[in-house]
Design a protein around this ligand. Sequence first.
Ligand code: ADP
Ligand code: MG
Length: 379
Amino acid sequence: MKLSKPLAPSTTIGIVGAGQLGKMIACSAQKMGYKVATYDPNPTSCAFAVSNWYKVAAFNDREALLEFARSVDVLTYEFENIDGPLIEEIAQDTDCFLPQGSKLLLLSQNRLTEKNWLSSIGLPVVNYEAVLSQDDLKKALTTIGLPAILKTTRLGYDGKGQIRITDSTDVTEKKEEINRLLESPCVLEAKCSFELECSVMVSRDQSGTIELFPISENVHRSGILHSSLVPARISQVIRDDIHLMARKIAEEGQLVGVLGIEFFIEKTPSGEKVFINELAPRPHNSGHYSIEACNFSQFDQHVVAITGRPLASIKLLSPVLMVNLLGQDMPLVKDIWQNEKNAVVHLYQKGEAKVGRKMGHVTFLDSTVEKVIKKADLW
Ligand code: ADP
Ligand code: MG
């Protein structure tokens, strides 16, 4: 359903999911004069600290979600691992605005549906096969070849729910792990020998206007985003390709709000080739740089779009490197915080600093890409 007029200040934005993304959406919304309510099953969710009120309940608790939707003016979600069909049904039953709609949410909740859809609209993804059983896996390994990656179709994040199959001995050695993964539907993907990973945040408002954020160049470590560099060091041809694909996804997916798209850039004998890795129908970790380095952040733009207002024209103000602070990086924080000039340290206040857990991020700004990228040496 569409908003017939923009949401006025002091109305309430309800965010399903209250982790760091919800927290940063909430901060943008409050800056603009909105109230914020958050909803999450985790009673120590970090976005609760910046919410006018919050609700602790399971994502699939129909009654609790209904009550939440009835108490807010507009609904949004901070990530895709919520109950998509339920939120769609509740938005309809309560007449609560869900400006983002559920098309992109439902598509991106399942890697297979997402890849099928991207292929159906003519966009490039790496070779893949659906895998529901050991037999399927055997067949898929023949068609896809090695190396390949077996992924659960649902609920994966930060590289979780993935097994790399490099050679035929892996299939035997990782048998137990593979069997566990195959308890739910999976997809086998060809491993892309990419030169570079990139992403773009695309925003679209209710009237169909599209605004793109600058493309970032991303480094992952153990499947988790380590850093994002902007502007990305890519050719104009690749930049144009990515922009075209992002616009197509935003239009065909009827996007309202912000969506992150991850890409692999592969060098082939005939030139560079772009593949879409995955979609995230909400602000994305690789867009955090925009808080300091753009005139409007991805969170600001998301709030503008879902409250029915016209999008901001996005401008990059400075070269920037964003580096995630995982649990094991916490000992570095004090030094960066005390000594690094033009560095902004964000800490989400999530409690225990477990290995691999995203505790915060740092944004380094400087006059050139060459200068900011040196900051990655601190890790
Ligand atoms: P998540 O949902 O956990 O982010 P991704 O599918 O994006 O899952 O995988 C995380 C990272 O693992 C990617 O950013 C990339 O570095 C690597 N990866 C995933 N799939 C592939 C692939 N098909 N080929 C090469 N690398 C991959
Ligand atoms: Mg990813």
